[in-house]
Design a binder for this molecule. Structure first.
Ligand SMILES: [Zn+2]
Ligand SMILES: [Zn+2]
Length: 414
């Protein structure tokens, strides 16, 4: 399957749905849907609503495939396309914030490579009721809510996406931008220049009047072309400078990733840096949007950090590895995630780029795959599956569990 044919309609659907209602397309995972619901609640708490729109343009409006990684049951494919995203925030129906920029959208699509028979016993979160069942049970009818699913409703899924700022546009788009700036300047400059030259004109002599008119018009247009272009260039250079300055720390993440992947693959043969990144970011997003983060099974932090004023958080595409150690089978990793947050402060919306330092850990002693959901856990005591978001202990045998025995978890945010 070509991942682009799922990724593009998915993001178009996602961006046209109301963020403040917490809606997600059916191809979203339960984790993504959960995080959107938390974000909707956060917006409601601030009495705000948010709308987004997406226009595909730039160099790759139809997308490209980038490769991916595979484990025992799943194939993850990464693809991207270019476009413009607009984001507006409303208070009492009035727009109080608007931001528009060009991006490269990276999307991960997860599909299964196993046969239905192989997958029958794999855990899956019921897309209807959220309980943990096996794939086979869902195909025969969920034992909790009774819904029957087709294989096509369970796979493939979009497991992550993030926009990376894209300063370049096509030649045509740049021309359009320059002309737009010239017209903006012209709308003010041409009438002013005309007025000035007419004030000095002799209204009794026709040639002088015509001369003043032409002079004013010509002067206004020339002024608009020169100043419009300079204005565009100044904004472009300013923007690129800002982009470059804020991206320098991100670039250093490129080297560390290979080294880390090589080290990890000694302990986890299936280790994928993209999977790791996707996992860390979706956990972080839940922590940021959650008002009750003590209920998140994959988060424990004594000095709690509060992100109460954050109404939108976007991963900028880079996770920097700052160090790791392995002790008693537990692998602890320190990373820095580059995020862009929209915060509501005193009724105003502020956009800020923030690096967030995180400590994550995982027990390498038990390597059990939690597939592609952070919710499904299989009890090590009795073997039952349950929803980790709802239960701190196994609901069947009451055995307590620690999330890091199953997958990565956040143990600290600095
Ligand atoms: Zn169900
Ligand atoms: Zn149990």
């Amino acid at each position: 399957m070509n991942p682009i044919s799922l990724a593009i309609p998915f993001l178009e659907h996602l961006f046209s749905s109301d963020v403040s209602r917490g809606e997600t397309p059916p191809e979203a995972t339960r984790d993504m849907a959960f995080s959107r619901k938390l974000q909707a609640a956060r917006l409601q708490k601030h009495s705000l609503s948010m709308k987004q729109s997406l226009v595909r343009n730039g160099h790759f409006p139809d997308g490209r495939t980038l490769g991916g990684w595979t484990d025992q049951w799943y194939r993850n494919q990464l693809c991207y396309f270019t476009g413009e995203k607009e984001q507006s925030v409303y208070k009492n129906g009035r727009r109080i914030y608007r931001f528009r920029d060009r991006y490269i959208f990276y999307v991960t699509v997860t599909d299964t490579i196993a046969s239905i028979e192989d997958l029958r016993d794999e855990d899956y979160i019921c897309p209807n009721c959220g309980n943990v069942s096996s794939v086979g049970a869902l195909l025969d009818g969920c034992k909790y809510c009774g819904t029957h699913f087709e294989m096509a409703e369970l796979f493939p899924k979009v497991t992550s996406y993030y926009p990376v700022s894209n300063p370049g546009g096509t030649e045509q788009e740049i021309k359009k931008e320059i002309i737009h700036n010239m017209l903006m300047v012209g709308a003010a400059a041409v009438p002013v220049m005309l007025l000035i030259s007419l004030l000095g004109a002799d209204f009794h002599a026709l040639p002088s009047l015509i001369g003043s008119l032409i002079g004013g018009l010509f002067g206004g247009v020339l002024f608009s072309v020169v100043v419009g272009y300079l204005w565009w260039a100044a904004r472009k250079i300013g923007g690129m400078f800002y982009e470059a300055c804020s991206s320098v720390p991100m670039l250093s993440s490129l080297n560390s990733r290979k080294e880390f992947a090589a080290a990890m693959s000694r302990y986890m043969p299936d280790f994928s840096y993209d999977y790791f990144t996707g996992r860390v970011i979706s956990m972080l997003e839940c922590v940021i949007y959650s008002d009750q983060d003590e209920r998140l099974p994959f988060y424990e932090d004594k000095d709690r950090h509060t992100y109460e004023d954050v109404i939108d958080s976007t991963f900028r595409g880079a996770l920097k590895l700052e160090g790791y150690q392995i002790k008693d089978d537990v692998c602890t990793v320190h990373v820095k995630a580059f995020m862009e947050n929209l915060a509501c402060r005193g009724g105003r919306i502020v956009r800020r780029r923030v690096p967030i330092r995180l400590t994550v850990c995982r027990n390498l002693g038990f390597m059990q795959n939690t597939t592609f959901s952070m919710r499904a856990i299989r009890c090590r005591g009795c073997g039952s599956s349950f929803d980790a978001y709802q239960n701190k202990t196994c609901p069947y045998c009451e055995r307590p569990y620690r999330f890091s025995d199953y997958d990565w978890m956040i143990t600290g945010i600095q």
